[in-house]
Design a protein around this ligand. Structure first.
Ligand code: ACO
Length: 442
């Protein structure tokens, strides 16, 4: 029996900012962002969008595009690091939104007996949900699970993370009928607790807050959307963890140079060119190349062999990321969709090909695993139209972007949007304060 991904859908935020507009306003050379990091557009949520609406959109699309009976979904596990609440899972919001739309066809509370939860480990939380859900269907081959990766990657204005922002969701159906890709049950894992990127409940002193009323306590705790991070250190942690997890994968499988068997290498992409920039180390180790000094590292990165390797095995997975930006947990799934969509568009046959995955989550953990593209993959991929749908987003200017980022706008940019949207947050009623309400525009 085989297990893996039966179907997949995605949702990207409805707005975007051209990276060159941001570069110009921040005094950064556009070529650094475009040619150095591979950034072209930054996906950005409208006023009514958040990690819950992204997840709901991807889930509803999955159910509708592949005619899934929602009553057959035994669990919905959501990987996210953009949770809207520290207790109530974002998955519960997404599930409820979708239930309301399905009510007419399937009756009240279609997910009544569905196991729903969030999983958090920075950008690897949805890979953890995938791993866990694969174990679940292996133990219960007649059951189906949905894994959703949904995030809003937001950084402080004018920070070095700002140009990597993005967001969106990917939902995948996990079952014993893996029409898209069969996933092997061998997991290379590496973990180390570090502070490379994290979202603490921040401790502010009263004097840090402008206009704090007298009644405020001397120190307060605030949950923010934006991470505390050290960019170059996070790159190093990523590189170290994927090397360790890759070596662990080799130990488990007994394979020599497994990456050579992989048609595509699918990375967690915090920005489009990250995978190809960090893989130079593993590539050097595998090929007996010196990798000590910065000059040696550059020589590997610029070598004809390595450039050919990127072109063959990584470049297609980067394309969606260049148009969207970081999707945190969803980035690795979107990298897969990007590569498969490109092969689909180019009429390439992938059935039977091996694909390698290198996931990373700050804080920190990596998982390396592999899968085999299924005979029916085109039947799954034909629903996506990924690059076409990215053209349907609305461009915003820099001033609008900053207002949205600062949460200064009340009304959506796309006032007549279709789909799910946040309509209000309860601020008065003490027993509901902070509750979020959503609706659906058909
Ligand atoms: C969250 C995680 O997944 S952890 C791993 C990643 N970390 C993050 O995403 C955290 C948030 N982001 C950040 O901190 C930052 O945006 C980073 C770390 C991703 C990037 O940092 P920066 O200092 O902006 O860029 P950095 O100096 O590393 O790279 C710039 C690249 O552009 C290239 N470059 C610079 N100027 C130009 C130019 N004019 N033309 C072409 N290329 C250029 C540089 O050569 C370099 O590429 P190379 O090393 O491949 O040669």
């Amino acid at each position: 029996m085989t297990f893996g991904i039966e179907a997949a859908s995605y949702y990207v935020p409805s707005l975007y900012l051209e990276i060159k507009n941001l570069a110009e306003k921040r005094g950064i050379e556009p070529a650094k962002l475009e040619k150095g990091l591979g950034l072209h557009k930054m996906g950005f949520p409208d006023v009514h969008e958040d990690a819950a609406t992204f997840a709901a959109e991807a889930l509803l699309k999955l159910i509708q595009d592949y005619n899934i009976n929602p009553k057959e979904i035994s669990r919905i596990y959501l990987g996210t690091e953009s949770a809207l609440d520290a207790a109530k899972p974002t998955a519960s919001y997404a599930m409820q939104m979708v239930e309301k739309v399905l009510e007419k066809e399937f009756g009240d509370r279609v997910f009544r007996n569905c196991d729903v939860v969030d999983m958090t480990f920075a950008c690897i939380g949805a890979v953890d949900a995938l791993h866990n859900s694969l174990d679940f269907v292996r133990a219960n081959p007649d059951k189906k699970a949905v894994v959703i990766a949904s995030d809003y990657a937001k950084y402080e204005l004018a920070s070095s993370g700002e140009y990597t922002q993005g967001g969106g969701a990917v939902a995948v159906l996990i079952s014993s009928k893996p029409d898209l890709i069969e996933i092997e049950n061998k997991w290379g894992i590496a973990t180390e607790s570090v502070f490379d990127f994290f979202k603490p409940r921040r401790h502010f002193k009263k004097e840090d807050l402008t206009n704090a009323p007298e009644s405020f306590p001397q120190k307060i705790e605030i949950f923010t959307d934006e991470p505390v991070f050290d960019g170059q250190y996070s790159n190093q942690c990523y590189q170290d963890r994927i090397r360790e997890a890759y070596n662990h994968y080799k130990e488990i499988t007994g394979l020599n140079k497994p990456y050579e068997n992989w048609k595509y290498l699918i990375f967690h992409l915090p920005y489009a060119f990250h995978g190809k920039r960090v893989f130079t180390e593993i590539y050097s180790l595998e090929n007996g190349l010196s990798y000590e000094t910065p000059e040696e590292q550059k020589a590997v990165a610029k070598s004809e062999e390595y450039l050919q390797f990127i072109n063959d095995k990584i470049e297609k997975s980067q394309r969606a990321s260049s148009e969207i930006g970081n999707m945190y947990t969803a980035s690795i799934f979107m990298a897969l969709l990007s590569a498969l969509q490109t092969s689909f568009n180019e009429n390439e046959e992938l059935a039977g090909q091996q694909i390698g995955f290198l996931g990373y989550g700050s804080g920190s953990k990596s998982k390396v695993f592999a899968g085999k593209v299924s005979e029916n993959w085109k039947k799954v991929a034909e629903k996506w139209n990924l690059f076409e749908s990215l053209k349907n987003r609305t461009a915003i200017d820099f001033e609008t972007y900053e207002k949205l980022h600062r949460k200064q706008l009340q009304n959506s940019i796309n006032e007549n949007y279709k789909g799910f949207g946040l309509t209000s947050v309860e601020l008065e009623n003490p027993v509901l304060k902070g509750a979020r309400y959503y609706d659906y525009q058909g």
